[in-house]
Design a protein around this ligand. Structure first.
Ligand code: FA5
Length: 347
């Protein structure tokens, strides 16, 4: 019996020493000290021993129980500590560290500025109208008083598309060179009074540089009623530009020529960078050219079925891309379409 006790002591101690995890240590405890473990089973046979041997073996077995319990407890603490250290080094999570930021997309500066421009014009009673970017020769030129062969067609270097034959013949198609075709489309469907703006993309077949793109944005305006004058136009422009640039802007109208307006003007605003004193942006003139305008030509009113004796109106076409460039001091119009995230991120 003493040999059995010695055997249990040796194997249990070796198992406790060699185990490297808490789960296995628990199994060892059950194997040696559990209800059906090696030591309790041995103790159950002690009662069959002769009296003097029973006392001696019983005491020996109890000492072994205490001894193993102590060894198990020490090993338990050691393993617990190792496990804790493992978690600290491998699974450490610093909840105070800043999280990973997810990049959020945002609106293109042209879209943001467009919303701003629309808000200002809407507050002055204008509505937004829209039209197709693929246009016919009729809307882009003819109805605007620019018949085939008219020398003024050269003012708009146009992207012509493959003609599409229809029932009447071959219809020449093009990418609209300005937003003015929408004036015609709108007046064909609506009677005066009219107050619209038409923001949109336009296309020109011309060499690009810092202030010229083949694809850019314009904002058309049209106001028609019985008694509209250039004074109304000037007042609206001054109010619009002052609100858009957040400072008092003065307007200057210089004589110009467009076949669809008479008289026609070039719209200049006092330089928003230097306030009119002269700087590199306004080429030291104090003025910036932002678009064309004029009183709607009687020929245009006739083309849409209005009686030119009854109505008067003004129209304008602003270089929307240039207006944003002035507002944000953007040096090159080509940046808008370049897809360079470093540029776009700034807005
Ligand atoms: C027109 O396109 C006329 N439809 C404007 C108009 C409307 C006049 C209604 C009268 C009545 P223009 O070609 O000048 O006009 O263009 C107007 C503005 O668009 C220019 O002043 C300029 O600011 C801008 N622009 C013209 N070409 C380019 C280009 N290639 N790149 C960027 N902006 C341009």
């Amino acid at each position: 019996m003493e040999k059995d006790i010695a055997h249990i002591r040796d194997t249990a101690h070796r198992a406790i020493r060699e185990t490297s995890n808490l789960e296995e240590l628990e199994k060892i405890r059950i194997e040696f000290l559990g209800r059906k473990g090696a030591l309790p089973l041995l103790l159950r046979t002690v009662k069959d021993l002769p009296e003097d041997e029973r006392r001696h073996v019983g005491a020996e077995a109890n000492r072994l129980r205490e001894d193993l319990e102590r060894a198990l407890s020490l090993r338990h603490n050691e393993l617990k500590k190792t496990e804790h250290e493992h978690i600290l080094t491998n699974e450490w999570l610093d909840v105070t560290r800043p999280g990973t930021r997810h990049e959020k997309g945002h609106l293109h500066p042209v879209t943001t500025m467009l919303a701003e421009i629309e808000r200002i014009f809407h507050s002055m009673g204008f509505e937004t109208a829209d039209g197709p970017e693929v246009e016919t020769d009729f809307y882009n030129f003819e109805a605007l008083n620019i018949p085939a062969g008219h020398p003024a067609r050269d003012m708009w270097d146009t992207f012509w598309l493959k003609p599409i034959p229809d029932k009447i013949g071959v219809k020449p198609l093009l990418l609209r060179a300005h937003t003015s075709p929408v004036q015609i489309r709108y007046m064909q469907k609506h009677n005066p009074p009219i107050r619209i703006i038409v923001p949109g993309r336009v296309y020109r077949y011309e060499p690009t540089d810092a202030s010229h793109e083949i694809q850019f944005h314009q904002i058309e305006g049209l106001m028609v009623d019985t008694n509209i004058s250039v004074a109304n136009f000037k007042a609206i422009m001054e109010m619009f530009f002052s609100r858009f640039y957040g400072k008092k802007v003065t307007i200057q109208l210089r004589p110009s020529y467009f076949p669809f307006t008479e008289p026609s003007f070039e719209i200049f605003i006092s330089c928003v960078i230097c306030g009119g004193k002269g700087c590199s942006v306004c080429k030291h003139t104090g003025w910036l050219e932002l678009g064309g305008a004029g009183m709607v030509h009687p020929g245009v009113f006739k083309a849409v079925g209005y009686n030119p004796q009854d109505v008067r109106g003004f129209a304008f076409g602003l270089g929307f891309s240039r207006m944003i460039m002035m507002k944000h001091k953007i040096p090159d119009v080509r940046l808008f379409n370049a897809g360079d995230v470093r540029f776009l991120k700034q807005f």
